[in-house]
Design a protein around this ligand. Structure first.
Ligand code: SF4
Length: 311
């Protein structure tokens, strides 16, 4: 089997951990009181089915927090479903982890509970299994996803990943399941227009919708893999100039108050060394905002301070 340094680097601790990185880069603005249920937005939530993965990505924003959490049990999933049922604003649920496909029984159980909630119209599963554990993409799983019309978000960062994963992806798209991709911009791995163009063309040829390119979060231990937001915008321009819009994903920075597509629904207001102030479209009461890094603007939108990477 061919070895890929670009794939290996994503799973192997890199360089000296940067003490400036954070163990917690994400916390839902709304406190649900249920450890497996995260809520950042009004209309959608994330339910974590497990905190474990077949392989651990160095840059994962849940890397440190998941390691400290107990595994969600059926009773926790039941509580999460009851919370969702009570709030009619919630129409979307992302089933995530860890790797949710590791837990087929819990997955079926949760989907069964969510399927009985009329206002939940959009259920998605986020997975990296087509790369890290393709055997988890079973005929039984595909039948379950098809039966409930569930969309699958896959995570791919480099064209080398498509070699072992293509078959598992094709099993899903060939069965008529909607599959979309998310990628993380990683310095020295995929911070190049041509590399990402090849990745997105490859995914599209497998029937995948190209959805998002995320700026790498300021996670402790991931600093050597982080580049700047400006670099991401340069790559966006390259993709626009060289390819169809169908392989040009939204470029998103995941701030502490929510996701922001730079240049579309958010802007960089100013740079202060390694930090940038990002103006977001979100409006929250001050009491819900993380302390010390947010400012409420005159129009009610929130600006947030964000630690960027380095070129
Ligand atoms: S597979 Fe996903 S959840 Fe697991 S470590 Fe990687 S990014 Fe995190």
């Amino acid at each position: 089997m061919r070895k890929s340094p670009a794939v290996a680097r994503q799973f192997r601790p890199c360089g000296k951990p940067d003490s400036a990185g954070d163990e917690v880069t994400f916390q839902g603005i709304h406190k649900t009181g249920i450890p497996c249920l995260e809520r950042m937005y009004g209309d959608r939530v994330a339910v974590k089915l497990t905190n474990k993965c077949p392989a651990y990505c160095v840059f994962c924003f849940r890397r440190w927090t998941n390691a400290k959490l107990p595994e969600p049990a059926q009773k926790d999933l039941k509580r999460a479903a009851a919370y969702i049922k009570k709030d009619k604003r919630i129409t979307g649920v992302l089933i995530t982890g860890g790797e949710p496909l590791r837990e087929p029984e819990k997955l079926e159980y949760l989907i069964g509970l969510l399927g009985k909630i009329p206002h939940v119209t959009d259920i998605r599963v986020g997975t990296r299994a087509p790369l890290t554990a393709p055997k988890l993409v079973t005929a039984k799983l595909i039948a379950l996803l098809k039966k409930h019309g569930i969309e699958v978000g896959i995570h791919f960062n480099h064209p080398d990943e498509l070699v072992p994963a293509a078959q598992a992806i094709k099993k899903m798209t060939g069965a008529g399941i909607r599959v979309y991709s998310q990628s993380v911009l990683l310095k020295g791995i995929n911070d190049s227009g041509p590399v990402l163009e090849e990745l997105f063309r490859g995914l599209r040829s497998l029937g995948v919708e190209i959805y998002a390119l995320y700026h790498c979060d300021p996670v402790k231990g991931a600093m050597p893999l982080r580049t700047t937001i400006e670099k991401g915008l340069e790559i966006k321009k390259y993709l626009r100039a060289h390819s169809t819009g169908r392989i040009n994903p939204a470029y998103i920075v995941d701030t502490r108050v929510g996701k922001v597509e730079i240049g579309v629904d958010g802007t960089i207001e100013k740079r202060q060394g390694r930090f940038v102030w990002i103006r977001t479209p979100y409006q929250y009461p001050k009491s819900l905002l993380p302390g010390g890094i947010c400012r409420v603007n005159r129009d009610g939108t929130v600006s947030v301070k964000y630690r960027d990477g380095e070129k």
